[in-house]
Design a protein around this ligand. Structure first.
Ligand SMILES: [Ca+2]
Ligand SMILES: [Ca+2]
Length: 334
């Protein structure tokens, strides 16, 4: 796997692999219906952080960044840390020049300054390629153009790997982030710059041919699981193992050019320790045949389960046409 994490914020709730005390904002967003809005009065006191799926010494990170009007008295907006929480480096916006400054340590040593001037009330795609080491590097891009490069010591202490990446806010401005994508360098795809990718969120708009699950009301299954944010007030329930429900999805927007990954996400829980207690997520591209994930464990409280797919069932990259006519399969399991 090379795509480690992708965040759209459009569901209006925190995904399981991100922790935030910010809010999900519908007025300002780069893609879809929401961004995460960070606004508060202490340094990184309002935050969104991602514990990386695997601590790594080299990573590519993309995020849409937008700042509102107001002061930039504490303009640090992004940092990365080791497993002990020691900050290894970070990015801040110089409040006078409005250029991105790159630091090592906990904003201890300024090592590079960008060239792009970032205006307020404007979305920018910021990407960072970070290599931790005594002979490391930090390369930053703004809107896909190289902004700064530092080659040198990016390991201020003993930590050799990044375990946490954190977005934060400053005292009087308001920061928004959207379309966060994190790649490592492994594998054949998604192993370099995310290149401004959009994280596009879709909810089901129709029922498929199989409807084994029990609707809490009515006969339309998708209508019980299409709320944003998710709500269990109406729902679908599997009363035995190997019950299958199929949901259908709309086409991608007309300007979609390629598809990097597909991530089926479901909010679900188990009613007790009596089976079924697990869920398999499958996709079927235009009737080619369903391919299921491993059975996913569910909690007793509602939470999100997901299956990150970088290649289509049977192998190869997804196409835009693949995602037009996509069906999601839900299968209950013991
Ligand atoms: Ca979004
Ligand atoms: Ca519902």
């Amino acid at each position: 796997m090379t795509l480690l994490h992708a965040f759209h914020f459009d569901a209006g709730v925190a995904p399981p692999d991100l922790v935030t005390n910010g809010t999900f904002d519908t007025a300002v967003k780069r893609t879809g219906s929401r961004s995460v809005k960070l606004y508060g009065v202490s340094e990184f006191g309002v935050y969104a952080y991602c514990p990386l799926a695997t601590p790594i010494s080299e990573v590519y990170i993309q995020f849409g960044f937008y700042y509102g009007p107001g002061g930039l008295s504490y303009p640090q907006f992004f940092r990365w840390a080791d497993s002990a929480g020691n900050v290894l480096g970070g990015l801040r916006l110089n409040p006078s020049t409005l250029k991105i400054e790159v630091y090592t340590g906990n904003f201890a040593t300024l090592v590079a300054t960008g060239t792009a001037v970032l205006a307020a009330n404007t979305w920018y795609v910021i990407e960072a390629h970070i290599v931790i080491g005594d002979a490391g590097s930090i390369t930053v891009r703004s809107d896909l153009t190289e902004d700064s490069v530092f080659i040198g010591d990016t390991k201020p202490g003993a930590g050799t790997e990044i375990s946490y990446v954190t977005w934060g806010c400053c005292y009087s401005a308001v920061f928004y982030f959207d379309d966060i994508v994190i790649h490592d360098t492994n594998g054949d795809v998604n192993n370099s710059w995310p290149d401004g990718a959009r994280v596009y969120y879709m909810v089901p708009t129709g029922d498929g041919a199989t409807k084994d699950w029990t609707p809490s009301t009515g006969t339309s299954h998708y209508a019980l699981v299409d709320e944003v944010p998710p709500s269990a007030t109406d729902n679908l329930q599997a009363t035995a193992n190997d019950k299958v429900d199929i949901l259908t999805f709309p086409d991608l927007p007309g300007d979609a050019q390629s598809v990097r990954a597909v991530i089926p996400q479901v909010y679900a829980f188990k009613g007790s320790s009596t089976a079924p207690t697990r869920l398999a997520l499958g996709i079927d591209i235009a009737g080619e045949g369903v391919e299921y994930s491993a059975d996913k464990d569910l909690g007793l409280a509602q939470g999100q389960v997901q299956n990150l797919l970088e290649e289509r069932p049977g192998g190869g990259a997804f196409s835009v046409a693949d995602i037009s006519g996509l069906s999601l399969y839900l299968k209950s399991a013991a």
